[in-house]
Design a protein around this ligand. Sequence first.
Ligand code: HEC
Ligand code: HEC
Length: 254
Amino acid sequence: MKILSRCLWLCGVGMVLALPVAARAVGGGDLERGREVYRQFCRACHGDAGDGKGPAAELLNTPPRDFQRAVFKFRSTPSGHLPTREDLERTIAFGIPKTAMPSWKSLPTRDIRAVADFIRSFSPRWVSEPPVSAVPLPKTPGDIASQAAVLRGEEAYRAAGCWECHGGPAGKGAEGGAYPWGEGPKAAELRDDQGRPSSAYDLRGDYFKGGSRPEDIFRTLTTGMDGTPMPSYADSLSERQRWDLVAYLISLGR
Ligand code: HEC
Ligand code: HEC
């Protein structure tokens, strides 16, 4: 056992030396473990270089993003910032509904932590940018399920122009009235920051990618989904309006 662990340690040193600068600066002691977990469970989709071009990626309708750019959709941090370590761990543990990204809850917690750290080694942003904390998440208002909140939310959905991408109830007097869900007037032209088509899907589902609890949806509206056309509404909508939108979106659940 001792010999084996020494061998792992030595091989580990060799591999660490081969990693880019960022890797050594970012990772803790478990980087080699992270690399191993990544090789075994992640590379098929995310690619050896973390660029999202693994052998299986071509088959996916929402392909993975490029970890080398370090622009992440699922974050608790303000738009434009790196996610927290916990954000990465949460995404990895729970997976992403409606996409090929599985839940890795069956892995030991330390492996999830190790692979999250390994992912960070793909971009120097993790070294050059100071860590940013999560935006504060206010307490869910008690009237979130009330009809009044739902109606205010529907009005905010119109007024903020959500329908332009997501379809559904359109602006009062807009030509043609409502658009089909998932097919707003801008939907067809939406692209992500890698130039790939980006779908402003039908929001009448029970599951959202970034989590489906009221506080998860509030967080998504607050932080936006970086690298995609889904903006952050932290500045343009009040806290109350964002909660009303959450109420409305939940009321649409099928
Ligand atoms: C079967 C394919 C597949 C495998 C295997 C897979 N992923 Fe993913 N992963 C995806 C897809 C597809 C997405 C993009 C979903 C999206 O952007 O909507 C994704 C997204 C992610 C994200 C979110 C990035 C963001 O924008 O916030 C992280 C983090 C992630 N994967 C980590 C991992 C790790 C770690 C493993 C291995 C333990 C892994 N994935 C294995 C397909 C996969
Ligand atoms: C410019 C186009 C655009 C506008 C405007 C827009 N969205 Fe989005 N939205 C998107 C796209 C694209 C996605 C999907 C991103 C992805 O999964 O890659 C998305 C995703 C979402 C999601 C799903 C999040 C998840 O976790 O799965 C919700 C909820 C949402 N938008 C609500 C809203 C609301 C509410 C508004 C208005 C306040 C709005 N959007 C305005 C383009 C837009």
